[in-house]
Design a protein around this ligand. Structure first.
Ligand code: COA
Ligand code: MG
Length: 295
């Protein structure tokens, strides 16, 4: 297991159609935590062969800075995934996103290809990352097996629109109809030590709605969110990066805890609020997230 790829911040995961050179060029310089060069639903079927070539060229020629360089392959049942997986051999690829993950076997198939690529590229085991998208009824039903399927897996991604369509839900702004799935994905991710990346807001001109959704995702325990447009980076980054007030509160809680623990005391009061272990752990998580944000 490589701690660097497991621990890196994945607050903003920006999709870019692999068939659109202009957008890939642009995406390279936006400072998103992850840039996901897409071969799946963002690319028309007739453009997929060209998109594979353009992605290889982008990985070779563009400077993505600190952004993680990911490729989203087509789904296991698409019949064309093997051609997409060839990109794992590219020396600049850092990870792959598997859409519509519906079983452990699908995740393991991509994991095996990443292992092969690691051998070819003389990389340590599990240097390459795998992120699985949960966006179908079967994906939700198989969550436990999927989350535990392969050592390359670093994150689960909740695909709200495909999920809603698969179960026949009607999407609303309140998003009640997908709340169970959204909450399940973050729970299984936590149970298996994975990051959780939240749904996207398709209405990319609605900054207010995006900020609300991102804040809700952060409260649920998600570590980041999918995005489709450059304007979505700043609001999402803000929601998933602890504020100065949150950091200073968390530091006070941890300091006070350490002092009380040294004196052999458990629960204690701080600013009129009872602090015990769950709150201390939450404060430690805030500090860990703040540390990651600075890397
Ligand atoms: N990555 C990088 N740059 C992007 C971008 C993205 N995802 N989306 C938009 N841009 C760029 C545009 O190229 C444009 O730059 P330019 O004027 O310098 O060329 C600028 O940002 C403003 O774009 P705008 O005109 O507001 O949007 P658009 O009409 O060009 O594109 C979408 C709108 C939705 C088609 C586009 O945002 C997009 O392709 N998003 C990703 C879609 C995707 O991958 N879907 C599959 C996963 S869900
Ligand atoms: Mg999808």
């Amino acid at each position: 297991m490589t701690d660097t790829s497991r621990l890196r911040a994945r607050r903003t995961l920006l999709y870019v159609p692999g068939s659109d050179w202009r957008k890939m060029e642009k995406a390279a310089g936006l400072g998103a935590d992850c840039v996901c060069l897409d071969l799946e639903d963002g690319v028309a079927p007739s453009s997929k062969p060209e998109a594979r070539n353009l992605i290889a060229k982008a990985l070779s020629e563009l400077d993505f800075g600190m952004s993680e360089r990911l490729v989203r392959v087509n789904a296991a049942d698409s019949g064309i995934q093997a051609e997409d997986l060839a990109l794992a051999s590219h020396p600049n690829l850092q990870g792959m996103v598997l859409p519509k993950a519906a079983s452990a076997a699908e995740v393991q198939a991509v994991g095996a290809r990443l292992r092969e690529a690691e051998l070819e590229r003389r990389l340590a085991p599990n240097t390459l990352s795998l992120l699985a998208q949960i966006e179908s009824a079967m994906g939700l039903v198989d969550l436990k097996d999927i989350a535990n399927a392969d050592e390359h897996l670093v994150a689960l991604i909740f695909g709200s629109e495909d999920f809603a369509s698969d179960v026949g839900a009607i999407r609303t702004q309140e998003a009640d109809e997908i709340f169970h799935a959204r909450s399940a994905v973050v729970t299984y991710a936590a149970a298996f030590g994975l990051q959780a990346i939240d749904m996207l807001h398709v209405n990319f001109k609605d900054g207010e709605g995006l900020a609300r959704l991102a804040a809700q995702g952060a409260r649920l325990g998600y570590s980041g969110m999918q995005i489709v447009h450059p304007d979505q980076i700043a609001p999402v980054l803000a929601a998933f990066t602890p504020s100065a007030e949150e950091i200073s509160w968390a530091q006070r809680v941890v300091d006070a805890y350490e002092q009380h623990a040294a004196e052999g005391r458990g629960a204690f009061a701080l600013d009129g609020k009872m602090i015990d272990m769950p709150l201390v752990k939450a404060a430690q998580r805030v500090l860990a997230r703040a540390g990651k944000a600075q890397q």
